[in-house]
Ligand binder design. Structure first.
Ligand code: SF4
Length: 464
């Protein structure tokens, strides 16, 4: 089982930390359907040199957009050696015709329901070229084969997913293409999710669900069950779920210490254009205040290049994030992924520039822009990262909290994440990345007391 990596993630001298965060859970989930007598080697090219000199009977490759060309090359290599090659994942589901010439079997949509059927067919020599998932059920999935994961190679070995998909339908999101033809949001049983959590060592968890708070009943029962488990965790939510009811308080009580939030844009026109209805007319600042009052750090996600953006969008967005005390920010250049409504409408308008998937990484401009030139968009995007993570802005944003300990945590988390890349590189190279986990757990631990004398703009001079 192989998760191929894009070229950048394999650099012999420099491998950005973001590629060493999470193990390949999807493949480990599918591995659970194999017989215990099957010999499985799960290889993740993001963290290790692939062994391609082996001669497996069956090769299963997970494909996402920027690893697609590498995945096809590996598939061709193994087919030449006589192996039976399967491919699945987001990109294969979006563009099955592109993937098919490289594989004996492809999977469209999530694999949990189709992979067991494939295995049964394969063992009887009657495997089909395409399996399309329509059923969608993860209520009775077997425990993930975590024994196949090389935990020491990851900063966050305890990643976990307890649902699939998301209840919303944003135009630029890959999700609808992947889940086409069936349910696009469903969850595990609460008890099964709690058992999976129980199997994970240590304290820290990272929920990789697209929207951990998306099903109120499920999330509420999950957080209730997690109380007293002494966990600290990170996850993703939308603004409306943060503002609605008391779910976010329950999450905080269960150990939520940092949340990824898709703010995307500060423009209503852009939200409408993207069908991001759940953000419309929502008070972003109120959601932020609520998270801060609960001691939850925020990773804000933003997209640049929507049609209502012009050249002042970068500074406005960075300033807003700093003033509102976001701990980290993730910026993206708008990227029309094939299979999305955004791609389709841009294709119809003749705005797609090329199909070089290597560059569909949200760092390159791959479409004809409107309010900005491609050069302005790329330069503004690069500037936004530099500016948000300048020491002065890290300090200013840290100072927006009303407790000293929150300020210190914010400063340590944001500074540690973005300002110590040589240290991360050293830890990756020496294969000691998971030794950093206790530090992460400490930063994410609960803050008690220590209220500041009136939070506000920093009284300290800029230090960068
Ligand atoms: S809220 Fe996030 S995960 Fe859900 S459809 Fe929109 S972009 Fe995708």
């Amino acid at each position: 089982m192989i998760l191929p990596a894009l070229t950048e993630a394999k650099g012999p001298y420099w491998r950005p930390i973001k590629y060493s965060l999470f193990p390949p859970l999807g493949l480990a989930t599918l591995a659970a359907y194999c017989s215990t007598a099957d010999e499985i080697d799960l290889q993740d090219e993001h963290v290790e040199e692939l062994n391609t000199h082996d001669s497996p009977d069956l090769v299963v490759i997970q494909v996402y957009i920027t690893n697609a060309f590498r995945a096809y090359a590996l598939a061709d290599h193994y087919r030449k050696k006589g192996a039976y090659v399967c491919m699945g994942g987001l990109h294969v589901s979006s563009l099955p015709k592109e993937a098919m010439p490289h594989a004996d079997t492809i999977f469209i949509g999530p694999g949990e329901d189709t992979f067991p059927q494939f295995l049964a067919d394969y063992k009887r020599n009657v495997a089909k070229p395409i399996y399309v998932n329509k059923e969608r059920d993860i209520k009775n999935i077997p425990p993930i084969r975590r024994d196949l994961i090389k935990r020491h190679l990851y900063l966050v070995p305890n990643s976990i997913v307890v649902s699939r998909g998301c209840p919303h339908h944003c135009d630029f999101c890959y999700k609808d293409a992947f889940f086409e033809g069936g349910k696009s949001f469903y969850t595990q049983k609460v008890d099964a999710a709690l058992q999976e959590i129980d199997r994970l060592p240590g304290r820290h968890l990272y929920f990789l669900d697209d929207h951990l708070l998306g099903n109120q009943k499920f999330a509420s029962a999950l957080f209730e069950g997690m109380k007293g488990m002494n966990r600290v965790f990170q996850g993703a939510s939308t603004i409306d779920a943060i503002l609605r009811g008391d779910l976010i308080e329950k999450a905080a009580e269960a150990g939520l210490r940092s949340v990824f939030v898709g703010f995307e844009t500060l423009s209503d026109d852009n939200l409408k254009q993207s069908n991001k209805k759940q953000n419309l007319d929502k008070n972003y600042e109120q959601a932020i205040q609520r998270l801060h009052s609960l001691g939850i750090m925020i990773n804000g996600s933003f997209v640049f290049g929507l049609d209502d953006d012009n050249n002042d969008v970068f500074k406005r967005t960075v300033d807003w994030g700093v003033q509102n005390g976001l701990t980290t920010a993730t910026y993206h250049i708008l990227t029309p992924y094939p299979g999305t409504r955004l791609y389709q409408s841009m294709k119809e308008e003749g705005r797609i520039l090329h199909d070089n998937w290597d560059l569909y990484d949200t760092r390159h401009v791959v479409y004809r822009t409107k309010g900005l030139t491609p050069q302005q968009l790329k330069a503004g995007y690069d500037w936004a990262y530099r500016s948000f993570y300048s020491w002065s802005n890290i300090w200013k944003a840290s100072w927006q909290h009303d407790k000293v300990k929150h300020t210190i945590k914010h400063f340590a988390y944001a500074g540690g994440w973005k300002k110590f890349e040589p240290l991360w590189n050293f830890m990756i190279k020496t294969r000691g990345l998971n030794k950093m986990l206790p530090l992460l757990e400490t930063i994410l631990s609960k803050v008690n007391g220590g209220k500041k004398e009136g939070a506000g703009p920093t009284p300290f001079p800029a230090i960068a």
